[in-house]
Design a protein around this ligand. Sequence first.
Ligand code: ADP
Ligand code: MG
Length: 595
Amino acid sequence: MRRRIRAALIGWAMLAAVLAVAAALVAAWGTAPLRRTATDLFLVATLVVGLQVFVGNSGIVSFGHLAFVGVGAYAAALVTIPEPLKAQALPDLPGPLRGLELGLVPSVAVGAALAAALAAAVGGAVARMRELAMAMATLALLVLVHAVLANWDSVTRGGYGIYGVPGRTTLWVALAGLLLATLVARLYRASRAGLRLQAAREDPLPARAVGVNVAATRFGGWVASAAMMGGGGALLAQHLLAFDPDQFFFALTFTTLAMLVIGGRASVTGAVAGAALVTVAQEALRQVERGGVVAGFRVPELPGLVQLAVAVLIILVLVFRPAGLLGRAEIEELLPSGPRRRSRGRAAGGPSSAAAVPADARPVLRAEGVVMDFAGLRALAGVSLELRGGEILGLIGPNGSGKTTLLNVVSGVYRPTAGRVLLEGRDITGWPAHRIARLGLARTFQNIRLFGGLTVRENVEVAAPAGASDADVDRVLEELDLEPHAGTVAAALPYGVQRRVEIARAVIRRPAVLLLDEPAAGMNEAESERLLATIAGVQAALGCSVLVIDHDLRLILRLCDRVQVLNEGAVIAEGPPREVARDPAVIEAYLGTAR
Ligand code: ADP
Ligand code: MG
C-alpha cells in the first residue's frame, strides 16, 4: 500500500502549493476584506475536509459534525480568554479553568481532544446503527450539544455568547490548519483504515467477508473526523473572537454539507474545491443581494439570494453530477499526465507453476446438522458437510435447495437456527463474518458483490491481509488477467471481468478455505473454461480447500474431487463426481429437471 500513500502525498503537495500561492497573492495584494474572506474560506474548508473524512469515506451523512466544531470552539475559548476578562464575563467558571491561558497550538489540541472524546462517547452506539438511524442520531447530537451550549450559562454564557477570545487565527494560521487537515484526510483516505471504510460504504456485506469490522471501522473514522472538526472549531473561535451557540447549528451544517456534496464527497480535493466554489459564489452574490450599483448596473435589494443560489447549486449538481463536481478524483488525477503506474509485478510463482497439493483426509471445514429457518421457511433441514484439506468439493442441487444459504451460514452471514460450524477444529457457529474471514475463510457471492465505486486494484487492496505488499496485489491482478482493468471502477466492468475481480479479492487473502458461489454463472464457454483453469491453479498454488457451487455440471465433474448434492435443504448424495452423477436420487431431483 506504499504506492497509495505516495500518491496521496504527491497530491497533497500539489494542493498545498495551489493554496499557498493563493494565500500569498491575497496577502500581498488583497484588501483587508479580501484577506478576511480568504481566512474564512480556509477555515470553512478545514471543516469541510474534516467532514469529508467521515461522510466521504463512510457514505453516511452526518448532521452532527457542527456539534464537534462547537465543542472545539468553546473549549478553545475557555482555555485562551485572558484571566481578567474571564473574571468579568464568566464569574462562575469552575476554578481550574479560570486562570488558564493557553497558546494557539495547545488550544487547538484541547479542542480536538474534547471533540474526539465526545465522539468516542457516543460513537460506540452510533457506529452500530444502520445508515439512516445513524444520520438521525447525528442530528440528535447536534440538537443536544446546541441545547447544552445555549443553556450552560456559567461556562458558555448561553445565548448571550462568549467574547474576548484572542485573535490568533491569521490568514497564515488558517492556511496551516487547512494544510494539516488536507494532509490528514489524504493519508486517511489512502490508508488501510480509510480504504476499509470506503469498502463498507460501497457494500458492508462483502466488506465483512474480507475481514472488515464495519462498526469498528466506522467508529475510527467518526472519531478521527470529530477531532478534526474540534481542531477546526478551535481555530474558528480565535478568528471569530466572539460567538454564540447558534453559529454551530443548522446554517453552518447546511453550508458545509452543501460544499462537500457540490465539490465531491469522495475526494479531499473536491471538499476544498466545493468550499472555494460556494464561498466565492456567496461573496459575489452578497454584493448583489445588498442592492445598489453592481458592476455599473443598478440592482434592487434581493434578500435571500445567497441561500437561494446555494440551494439551486446543490440541486443542479445532484441532478447533473450526483457524485459532485470532482467525483472521486483527486488533484493529481485531474492532470492529463498524472502519475502513470504501469509497473508490472515480477513473474513469481503463478498458480500454474506450483505443484498440486494432494488432498488429505483432515477436515478443514465442517458443518454439523445445520438448520436454517427463515420466517416459516426451512431452507436447511439438518445439513452436514465436510471439506477436507486441499480438496475441491462441488456443491450442487436445484434452485432453492439451500446451497447459498449453507454458504452464508458457514461464512457468518447468518447464524444457524441449529447445528454447528467448525473451521480448522474451532467452533465458529454464530461468529461475525469478519472474524471468520480473518481465520482464513474467503468467499465470492452468487450475485456479484463488488465495491462498485472503488477501482479493481482497490477492491483487491482492501481485501489484502495486513502484511501484503503492492507487489502481492500486482501478482494477483496479473494472475487473474486484471491488470488492464486495475484503474477502472469496478461497477463499470463487464460481468465476466467482475467475476474475476471477486475471485482476485478472495485469493489475495491466501485463504485456507475458499467458497465460490456459482463463479461461472453468466459466462460463455470460453470464459468458463478459463475459470476452470484459474480455480484449479489457485487451489494448487495456495494449497487451500475449495467449495464450489455451480449449475454447470460439466465444470463440476471435471473440477471436483468430490460432490455433495442438496435438495430441499437436505443432502441427498455425496461422493466422487462420476458416482454422484449416476445416482438415481440425484437424477430424479436434479438432472431430471434439466432434461
Ligand atoms: P440455492 O442457492 O440452492 O438456489 P438458496 O440457499 O438461495 O438456494 O435458497 C434456499 C431457500 O431459502 C429458498 O427458498 C430461498 O427463497 C430461501 N431464502 C434464502 N435466503 C433467504 C432470506 N434471507 N430470507 C428468506 N428466505 C430466504
Ligand atoms: Mg444460490
